[in-house]
Design a binder for this molecule. Structure first.
Ligand SMILES: [Zn+2]
Length: 444
């Protein structure tokens, strides 16, 4: 089948990027792009070889005056309506850009929801570059996002748009076949802390917690001269091995400031630790320190050290990736750094303060550099949920509600055959509840 997509001739890099994600990466369809003549009605027109077409109205890029950029705070939608339309996978669909309209005629379809500009809004995260909101760690807070404010952060709306597109394509070309995706659980453990101070733990059990149970456990650790932070890594490894999964253990190769614990991975004991995990089939990922996200020099130093650590344990630097420590991210600088240093993927993009679909999708996608108008080779594997977010920032602690938040996110990801990227730190196994939660979420 010959598919041609006609687009207006402005913002062509942005438009072609989102078409590439939808058609090639997500649907596995080949297609060609052509430009509509100046003065045509602003639409994205999908033409099938034998005649029928799908018209998706353009409610965004065509409205930007010539010579202006689309990245302006005034262009961020303030209300996102939920449209009840045929062909959508859920009861309604959030309309970031567009109008609640869908007409299925014969042989053509007309869609008022600008699914492409709306998906571009979610994937590129350009709103985060025009709003000044930042938290104490200079991160864009999830609570400031349109998705959170308009109540759809817990929905992978890009996947919903994709389902709508698939249904529209099927209606005009019933024999069309799409690429198959299968649900995947992607478990990671960011190794922020690895030093264990027995005396401090014993003192903490007595003075801070006044807990006999904690004291007994600390004394037992001391007697066996065991480091629970390392033991937790083996607990994680073993449990996941039992489920036939490998874990991404992301390490901080170099301390870049007070938020990074200095861990000497070149020491014999740490080399042994990493070797053991690697031999068991787990991944040793990159977790650059707090100050690297906007500092090319510190990032480069961290990469050099990381490569050295891998070399020491004969672990190849190929197809490697990881996540920024503290989820620190600068859209202008960080993805460029990951790309330039040869990483295949990053998995930073989830909000620290709110769980859900920061990029609107549960599928990996190539990163678009909005500043240089260029598609990168770097793939983003969006982070769906980390333990701190639900337990601490959302303040759900170890409630039934907390557990159902994890389960919910996993089941939605399953529904859309996505990648459930789940982060739980080796330093977050303080109580029995942590072990219980961890196991329950993995096995859900
Ligand atoms: Zn970290």
């Amino acid at each position: 089948m010959n598919i041609r997509v006609a687009i207006p001739p402005q913002f062509t890099q942005e438009r072609e990027y989102i078409l590439e994600v939808f058609f090639r990466h997500y649907l596995g369809l080949s297609y060609t792009v052509e430009y509509l003549p100046e003065g045509s009605e602003p639409c994205w027109i999908i033409r099938m070889d034998d005649g029928p077409e799908i018209v998706v109205e353009d409610h965004f890029f065509s409205r930007i005056p010539q010579g202006r950029d689309y990245r302006e705070a005034s262009r961020i939608p303030t209300t996102v309506v939920r449209a009840k339309l045929p062909m959508t996978p859920e009861e309604d669909i959030p309309v970031v850009y567009g109008r609640p309209f869908l007409e299925v005629g014969a042989p053509s379809v007309r869609c008022g929801v600008d699914i492409f500009s709306s998906a571009f809004f979610m994937l590129s995260r350009w709103e985060e570059t025009v709003l000044p909101d930042r938290d104490d760690y200079q991160r864009f807070p999830g609570s400031s996002s349109v998705a959170y404010k308009q109540g759809f952060l817990l929905r992978p709306i890009v996947n919903e748009y994709l389902e709508l597109l698939k249904n529209m394509l099927r209606s005009v070309a019933p024999a069309i076949q799409f690429k198959k995706h299968t649900f995947q659980q992607r478990v990671s453990c960011d190794v922020d802390l690895l030093r264990y101070n027995h005396l401090r733990k014993i003192a903490g059990a007595i003075i801070k917690y006044r807990s006999f149970k904690k004291l007994k456990k600390s004394l037992e650790n001391l007697r066996r001269w065991k480091n629970p932070l390392e033991e937790n890594m083996f607990f994680i490894a073993k449990l996941n091995e039992g489920l036939g999964q490998r874990v991404e253990f992301n390490i901080i190769p170099l301390s870049t400031g007070p938020h990074d614990e200095p861990i000497n991975y070149r020491s014999a004991s740490k080399r042994k630790l990493l070797s053991q995990l690697a031999e068991r089939g787990h991944l040793i990922g990159f977790h650059p320190g707090f100050n690297t996200s906007d500092n090319p020099e510190l990032f480069a130093q961290s990469v050099a050290r990381y490569r050295q650590i891998l070399e020491n344990i004969h672990y190849p630097f190929s197809d490697v990736g990881g996540r920024q420590h503290f989820l620190k991210w600068s859209h202008e600088i960080t993805p460029q750094l990951w790309e330039a240093h040869g990483f295949s993927y990053d998995s930073t993009l989830g909000y620290a303060d709110r769980a859900g679909f920061r990029c609107g999708t549960c599928w990996p996608f190539p990163v678009f550099d909005i500043f240089r108008k260029k598609t990168l080779r770097l793939m983003e594997v969006p982070l769906i949920v980390m333990e701190y977010t639900v337990i601490k920032y959302e303040n759900l602690e170890y409630s039934a509600e907390a557990l159902s938040r994890f389960f919910y996110l996993k089941s939605v990801t399953k529904k859309y055959d996505g990648v459930f990227t789940f982060l739980w730190h080796n330093s977050h196994f303080e109580t029995e509840k942590d072990f219980e939660f961890y196991e329950a979420i993995l096995k859900a």
